[in-house]
Design a protein around this ligand. Structure first.
Ligand code: BZD
Length: 808
């Protein structure tokens, strides 16, 4: 019998009653004796309950329609806090607030207990979350698959200016947002050997079996009924793994050895891969994810379908970078070895099902695996990859007869001291579509990194420019600005139709609107200042220009260039050259990979310079600098609304897209940036006059390198640069040495242009009305950067899916 859901109603009275009921029945307590965790969990469950009804109706509508589904495979998701999101998406924020007040509970205190699942490193993981949000909002049937890491991205702290990493035990108090589905467990094999069957078919006899246990979280759409899910897998040992006899003999460690080994697979997000063992664990994670996901996809397919010829019509699998690309070999293995399909038949299905998104241009970031390792861990997959490669190279030979260079260039297997599997090549060969994440990036991918493939299959290459969720990064992050925008536009339809922000253009010169716009920014800067004081002890001036650089620490992103300019300002102020200086708050946020020592040195320098600036009474009235530790989605929601200036200063040709550039522009920050990644498209849209452009473009970078770049020449020619590098040499000698002798990212070549551009920024800031106008226009013209537009582009060019509306 179907349970007829009582629609939980949205009055404060009902909400409060349901919260007390959850407290009573789920936590086994009452308001009088509830702990803070009890209250938080009950609140979360009460909000979640309000989405379950929509989720059940979504599942029913999908079952009925039997539509084509998007399965998004990603090793990373940065979902952000769930409580603020789900209050908004369930339309219960106001009634929850009244209900909590009535019960004497503090919303802020409960929100502080909501832990963000940090299951990703940076832009790639956050993009995955923004795309899931947009798919649900656009009624696209979709499931996100990922790994439920026990420990997410490390928590960052600073000790004497150096990054220290602490574990992120995000489920320590339990996670009220997830549903466990232990009945849907899958088995995943590793190691072992293969045995011949008929023809190309083989049987794989794994040497180790691990269980994958799924749980899912709800992914609600905004202003629609659809609620999709994200399904995360946790590794578990099989039931027989506990060695009772050893335990009985007092060998407690040995008794649980197998359990520990199995469960380590989903223990931590990207374990250190600097050792052979670490690398093996990472490949295990990847295979674990794709096996669980594929088996679940097939299970779902079979609910309404039986013919493999319908599979590619019902299933699209989007591969988020190369991390899940082993899925191509695994699907071939399932179809050929287990289902008995002919190789060519299986290959035609596989190729149609997969699509691949590339997120980098850096050759060193393209993943490869030693053949030896794959052979040992996944013997059958290695055989399948060799066969895919053999057939592919035959095609290449037919197209370029006698051209061995072409074969070497395109082969999935890289030859050399040790053979390696190039996962990006496997991805391109095994997919029907390949896309870059910004126009420039897609163009460069086809012209350089994947050039040979683009020549072979031009129709396979696409661009889909990234986007960000306006719900998360405007409405939730910046309620004040959201209210002002809604008031001006007359309604809040802009939240699901972001081009409507264009309606703000007419307000850009309205003095009264400008004043309110500035008021919002100032209050947001005050909020940031309050938090900064509490966490760093540094008092920011809420009237100073808030100058923000928030992103992972990487040399190509050039946080170092930002620090050099701070040192310039410091020197100038100390010399009394203050006529052209405007007061600024420099804000940094971002983590460095634990083993990335060059990035960590730059971080150390940034902290040292911050101390130098903040403690110098001659300088600090003009300049303050903070490095907010532990940058994550929640911190982004605090910093972005306060920002006036967005630093997007990577060396041209290195940043695939960037997404903080979009979030900041949407919130009215002006960009200082190079012609890199999506900066190009931001500038095209907001207007060159509302964007501070500097630096070499990709052609000029190539020309400089061609001529033979000597950074020392720039040092010798520019007195101010010399002074800055000499200061750096005193603080962090290694950095100065690198700058002068191997300045890989052309920091010194772009220094003068950057500093001069910052002087233009200061002059522009003095023109309050002009700056405010540009700020409003940045917001008004950034509608394109909604992840809703990104998903529409994927639907049109790659997925060929249409929405399935879910009834009221
Ligand atoms: O992906 C980033 C790019 O650097 C950005 O330019 C781009 O905007 C975003 C989204 O497309 N790439 C990553 O975030 N990459 C990783 O985090 C990563 C993680 C593990 C291994 C390799 C890369």
């Amino acid at each position: 019998m179907t349970y007829v859901t009582p629609h939980p109603s949205n009055t404060p009275g009902d909400f409060g009653r349901d919260l007390l009921s959850n407290l009573y029945y789920q936590r086994g307590t009452t308001l009088e004796s509830a702990s803070a965790q009890d209250a938080y969990h009950s609140l979360a469950l009460t909000v979640r309950d309000r989405l379950v009804d929509r989720y059940i109706r979504t599942a029913a509508a999908h079952y009925q329609a039997n539509p084509r589904f998007i399965y998004y495979l990603s090793a990373e998701y940065m979902l952000g806090k769930q409580l603020d999101q789900n209050l908004l998406y369930s339309g219960t924020a106001d009634c929850a607030r009244s209900a909590l007040a009535g019960l004497g509970l503090s919303p802020a205190e409960l929100d502080a207990l909501d832990v963000e699942p940090g299951l990703g490193n940076g832009g790639l993981g956050r993009l995955a979350a923004c795309l899931l949000d947009a798919m649900a909002t656009l009624d696209i049937p979709a499931v996100g698959y990922g790994i439920r890491y026990d420990f997410g991205i490390f928590k960052q702290a600073f000790e004497d200016g150096a990054q220290v990493e602490r574990p992120d035990d995000w489920t320590f108090y339990g996670n009220p947002w997830e549903f466990h589905a232990s009945d849907d467990q899958q088995t995943v094999g590793f190691y072992g050997h293969t045995e011949p069957l008929d023809g190309v078919r083989k049987s794989w006899v794994p040497g180790e079996i691990v269980m994958g246990e799924p749980s899912h979280m709800l992914v609600p759409g905004y202003a629609t009924s659809t609620v999709n899910i994200i399904r995360l897998w946790r590794a578990r040992a099989s039931r027989e793994s506990f060695d009772l006899s050893r335990f009985g003999a007092g060998q407690y460690g040995e008794a649980v050895e197998e359990i520990v080994r199995s469960e380590n697979i989903s223990k931590v997000l990207y374990p250190d891969d600097s050792t052979e063992l670490g690398r093996e664990l990472r490949l295990k994670q990847q295979h674990f994810l794709v096996t669980c996901a594929l088996r679940d996809i097939v299970r779902r397919f079979r609910l309404r379908n039986s013919d493999w010829d319908d599979f590619a019509g019902k299933v699209v699998i989007q591969l988020n970078d190369t991390h899940p690309v082993m899925a191509i070999a695994e699907l071939m293995r399932m179809l050929v070895d287990e289902e008995g399909l002919e190789w060519d038949h299986a290959w035609s299905i596989t190729r149609r099902v997969f699509a691949y998104t590339c997120h980098t241009l850096l050759p060193e970031a393209l993943e490869t695996w030693p053949v030896r390792l794959v052979q040992r861990l996944l013997p059958r997959h290695m055989e399948i990859i060799f066969l895919i490669n053999h057939l592919f190279l035959r095609e290449v030979s037919a197209r370029y007869p006698g051209d061995d260079g072409k074969l070497r260039e395109l082969s999935i297997i890289a030859e050399g001291d040790e053979q390696r599997v190039r996962m990006a090549h496997l991805a391109v060969v095994g997919s029907s579509a390949v896309n870059g994440v910004a126009e420039l990036h897609s163009r460069l991918l086809a012209a350089t990194t994947l050039h040979g493939f683009a020549e072979l299959w031009p129709g396979r290459f696409h661009n889909v420019t990234n986007g960000v969720s306006p719900r998360r990064f405007v409405r939730l992050a910046n309620p004040r600005l959201s209210e002002l925008i809604t008031e001006r536009l007359g309604d809040d339809r802009w939240l699901s139709d972001l081009d409507r922000l264009g309606g703000l253009e007419s307000a850009a010169d309205d003095p009264e609107f400008q004043e309110r716009w500035r008021q919002v920014k100032r209050l947001n800067r005050q909020d940031l200042a309050d938090q900064a004081l509490a966490t760093t002890g540094v008092a920011l001036d809420p009237d100073a220009l808030c100058d923000v650089m928030i992103k992972r620490f990487h040399e190509y992103k050039r946080q170092l260039l930002r620090v050099l300019h701070v040192v310039v300002m410091h020197h100038r102020i100390r010399r009394g050259e203050v006529a052209d200086v405007v007061p600024r708050s420099i804000v940094f946020g971002g983590k460095a990979a634990p083993g990335y020592y060059a990035a960590k040195r730059i971080m150390q320098l940034a902290n040292t310079v911050a101390g130098m600036v903040n403690e110098d009474p001659a300088v600090s009235p003009y300049l303050k600098m903070i490095f907010l530790p532990d940058y994550n989605v929640s911190r982004a929601q605090l910093i972005i609304p306060a920002a006036d200036l967005s630093e997007q200063i990577s060396l041209a040709g290195k940043e695939a897209s960037g997404t903080s550039n979009m979030k900041l522009a949407l919130n009215g920050a002006l960009t200082i940036g190079t012609l890199d990644g999506a900066n190009v498209e931001i500038r095209d849209r907001v207007g060159a006059e509302n964007f501070f452009l500097f630096g070499l473009d990709t052609a000029e970078v190539a020309a400089v390198r061609e001529k033979g770049y000597r950074s020392r020449d720039f040092y010798e020619r520019d007195e101010e640069l010399r002074e800055v590098v000499d200061t750096v040499a005193r603080l962090e000698p290694q950095i100065a040495d690198d700058l002068l002798n191997h300045d890989e990212y052309l920091t010194l070549a772009d220094f003068r242009a950057y500093v001069d551009c910052q002087d233009r920024v200061a002059r522009a800031w003095r023109d309050t009305a002009g700056w405010t106008r540009a700020s409003i226009l940045n917001t008004a013209r950034s509608g394109f950067f909604s992840s809703d537009r990104t998903v529409r582009d994927y639907c049109r060019d790659i997925w060929h899916v249409t929405p399935v509306p879910v009834g009221e």
